[in-house]
Design a protein around this ligand. Structure first.
Ligand SMILES: Cc1cc2nc3c(=O)[nH]c(=O)nc-3n(C[C@H](O)[C@H](O)[C@H](O)COP(=O)(O)OP(=O)(O)OC[C@H]3O[C@@H](n4cnc5c(N)ncnc54)[C@H](O)[C@@H]3O)c2cc1C
Length: 468
């Protein structure tokens, strides 16, 4: 028997989930935040470079929108970009008011035409923002939190979402927001915490929601070899260079991430030379590199690309609404179309703040869940087993849907028993062109015939849609 439903169930305690929970509780809603692991398990905690937002005197939302759309290679949904860039500055200023200790100077990152990235100690932004939001959630009386609780499936009845099924029983809510992050840890080389294997995509698709843009996995070029430690783009912005095994530069370090990643894969073994940058600007990161056994002051350090950011996800409108009544998605779990085929650096934390809040406000308008608990209690189904990703599966996804993709490999991955791995391969096979972060070795140029978003609804064929 389910416990009494809350107004809003938020699955995920990263930037999107915490923002949604606080926005709903401020309006008097009862909120339950559920998380698979513990607070440090979110990508939000690990975010480094910062949060984009047109807050500088020489900047405007329109300029931020132009840069976002240029990065997205003809695929950004213009209405979503407008929302992100116009509401972004207010969300960043709210964080300042809440006490996030942003560095005094705005940073310039690749693809941005203005200094518009707010950061904390160069590379500690995610930790600073997420831990502050987490402390506020803990202090807010209307919000309860449950850690180490895996959402295994949606609780569905008559096509409506009533909440989620967990190993400890069902959890009912008037509305549910999936803020469960992305799928990048499904790839063997990844910057994401281990649990980020695309559970939102798996459970929403299994329940009948549409998913989109799953071919677009952004690979970050500079990740410390043999680890998940990302070495922020800001280092290259400050003059760090990439060297091959002869000690020679081979690529413009500030070219778009996808170009740098491909140049590195073609080279094989690559090192990042940090010897000439001001290491005092990145104290936490330098300490982590040293803890991993490297001395950035004396030797270039080995790096290689890793899966980093899931552009696709559960299809939503501009207030996080999915195809399923009662179900919303926000942050990296959602596919709003805002990033097109390539995410502009530092737009994803902003996406969490802007769309997390919007989803919460829209979710509060949902009618009460028809649990009929007094007269005819609904019997929730037994939950399915937890989804896991073995090392073997992660290695296969890396090999067959990596930085440069061969259609024969993708055809093999389509047969994977893992639903998300198979979906990624289906999308990547369908897009027989190269655009943004998706690169096909058999079709290396963009093709105007593919200027749209691939969308899949359970039981149907993939369709190419044009989102305005
Ligand atoms: C190393 C690194 C550096 C980055 N740097 C930047 C940056 O500088 N700027 C920027 O804009 N972006 C950056 N990003 C991307 C950005 O951090 C993420 O896109 C963003 O934080 C995603 O937030 P989210 O709230 O959507 O998900 P997450 O922060 O990933 O949170 C997901 C939550 O869902 C929970 N969850 C997952 N599955 C389940 C389940 N089955 N049941 C219950 N709970 C579940 C997790 O436990 C977690 O609490 C970086 C990412 C990484 C990994």
């Amino acid at each position: 028997m389910a416990e009494a439903p809350c107004d809003l169930l938020v699955v995920g305690a990263g930037a999107a989930g915490l923002t949604a929970a606080l926005a709903a509780a401020e309006r008097g809603a009862s909120v339950l935040v559920l998380t698979k692991g513990h607070a440090p398990d979110s990508s939000s905690m690990h975010a480094q470079g910062g949060i984009a937002g047109a807050v500088g005197d020489d900047d405007t939302a329109a300029l931020h929108a132009v840069d976002t759309e240029r990065a997205g290679r003809e695929l950004c949904r213009p209405s979503a970009v407008k929302v992100l860039t116009e509401e972004g500055p207010a969300r960043v200023r709210e964080l300042i008011t809440l006490g996030v200790p942003f560095d005094p100077e705005l940073n310039l990152e690749g693809g941005h035409s203005r200094r518009r990235v707010s950061s904390v100690e160069g590379a500690a932004t995610g930790w600073a923002v997420t831990s502050l939001l987490g402390r506020r959630v803990a202090r807010t009386p209307g919000i309860a939190t449950r850690e180490a609780t895996n959402a295994l499936a949606l609780w569905m009845d008559g096509g409506r979402c009533l909440g989620v099924l967990t190993p400890d029983g069902p959890i009912a809510a008037r509305a549910t927001i999936l803020a469960m992050g992305g799928a990048a840890a499904l790839w063997a080389r990844s910057t994401n915490p281990e649990g980020q294997i695309g559970d939102a995509i798996a459970i929403a698709f299994a329940a009948g929601a549409a998913v989109a843009d799953l071919e677009f996995m952004q690979f970050h070029p500079t990740v410390l070899a043999g680890s998940r430690l990302l070495l922020t783009e800001a280092l290259r912005g400050d003059g760090a260079t990439l060297l091959d095994d002869k000690g020679e530069r081979f690529v413009d370090e500030l070219a778009p991430r996808d170009e740098v990643a491909r140049a590195m894969v073609r080279k094989g073994r690559v090192w990042l030379d940090l010897r000439h940058i001001d290491r005092g600007r990145f104290p936490g990161l330098m300490a982590e590199i040293e803890m991993a056994g490297f001395d950035p002051a004396t030797q270039p350090i080995p790096v290689s690309p890793a899966a980093h950011y899931t552009i696709g996800g559960v299809v939503t409108d501009l207030v996080g609404r999915t195809d399923i009544p009662g179900l919303f998605a926000a942050g990296e779990s959602a596919a709003t179309g805002v990033h097109g085929a390539n995410r502009l650096a530092s737009n994803s934390l902003l996406e969490c703040l802007v769309f997390g809040r919007r989803a919460a406000l829209a979710a509060l308008d949902e009618p009460a869940a028809p649990l009929r608990s007094e007269t005819q209690p609904l019997e929730p189904p037994a939950p399915p087993p937890a989804r896991t990703a073995s090392q073997e599966l992660r290695a296969q996804v890396w090999r067959e849907a990596g930085v440069m993709r061969d259609p024969a490999d993708l055809a093999s991955l389509v047969r994977s028993p893992d639903a998300v791995a198979s979906l990624v391969a289906r999308f990547a096979l369908a897009r027989s062109e190269s655009r943004g972060v998706h690169y096909r070795i058999d079709a290396t140029a963009a093709d105007p015939a593919f200027e749209g978003h691939f969308v899949l609804r359970p039981g149907r064929e993939l369709t190419l849609e044009h989102w305005t």
